[in-house]
Design a protein around this ligand. Structure first.
Ligand SMILES: C[S@@+](CC[C@H](N)C(=O)[O-])C[C@H]1O[C@@H](n2cnc3c(N)ncnc32)[C@H](O)[C@@H]1O
Length: 221
């Protein structure tokens, strides 16, 4: 995990309420609800998972776009005001100890999502389960600190920093990579070296003769 248990960083991330521009840019690719969509079987847009949600800035943004959202964090106090929101499901869970949230018996067992958003959090053992939890056509938007960040600031622990090309290597050939970058972003809400990816689970869904997946819009905001 990232070192957000340290009070300064912890409060810093909670003070950021604007969604990341990367999430804003690619959220429109998340498909509306189908058989996987909606919480409690409603017919609203497909459910999106905000993993390690923190104050829920991305879950809140996606709620505003009409999605149902599942927000998971070990500290759900900052999400308390969402308790009465019918399209928000809040799950208090430690993502790194005990039974995985995705494993049988866990709160996300057997569930798939139209979108999964992970920002400023890395626990490598979860990545495979995150990919498996993407519904067909589902969109993964992942952004966190990466190698090179240790030259500037925390996190510096390699366990919390994506290696060069790591998400590309993990997801390439399994998901359609729509966008990827790795570099220093001094304008980010928490400046540093970031790796960002947007990938779609549609490599198996081609209707083209050459088997290529259809394109997605990538125009910047
Ligand atoms: C830097 S914050 C990012 C929050 C949010 N994704 C955002 O971009 O604003 C990291 C979050 O990961 C959560 N977290 C860290 N370790 C965790 C764990 N083992 N289980 C569940 N959540 C954890 C923290 O509680 C914190 O909310």
């Amino acid at each position: 995990m990232q070192n957000t248990h340290q009070p300064d960083l912890r409060s810093r991330h909670l003070r950021i309420t604007e969604p990341s521009p990367w999430v804003r840019r690619f959220a429109p690719l998340i498909p509306p609800g189908d058989e996987n969509g909606g919480i409690n079987g409603d017919d609203k847009r497909g459910a999106v998972l905000d993993l390690a949600a923190g104050g829920g800035r991305h879950g809140r943004y996606l709620l505003g776009l009409g999605f149902s959202v599942v927000l998971v964090d070990r500290d759900i106090a900052p999400l308390a005001d969402l308790a009465g929101e019918p399209r928000a499901e809040i799950i208090e869970a430690d993502l790194e100890t005990g039974t995985s949230v995705f494993a049988p018996g866990g709160p996300l067992a057997g569930r798939t999502f139209a979108g999964i958003v992970v920002v400023n959090y890395l626990h490598r053992p979860l990545v495979e389960e995150i990919v498996a939890a993407l519904a067909p056509g589902g969109v993964l938007i992942y952004e966190t600190f990466a190698s090179g960040n240790e030259l500037f600031q925390r996190p510096r622990n390699p366990d919390h920093l994506l290696r060069c090309g790591e998400l590309l290597d993990l997801l390439g050939g399994r998901l359609q990579i729509v966008a990827y970058e790795h570099g220093l972003d001094e304008t980010a809400e928490i400046p540093g070296v970031k790796q960002r990816i947007c990938a779609v689970n549609d490599l198996d869904a081609s209707d083209r003769d050459d088997g290529e997946p259809g394109p997605h819009p990538v125009a910047p905001d």
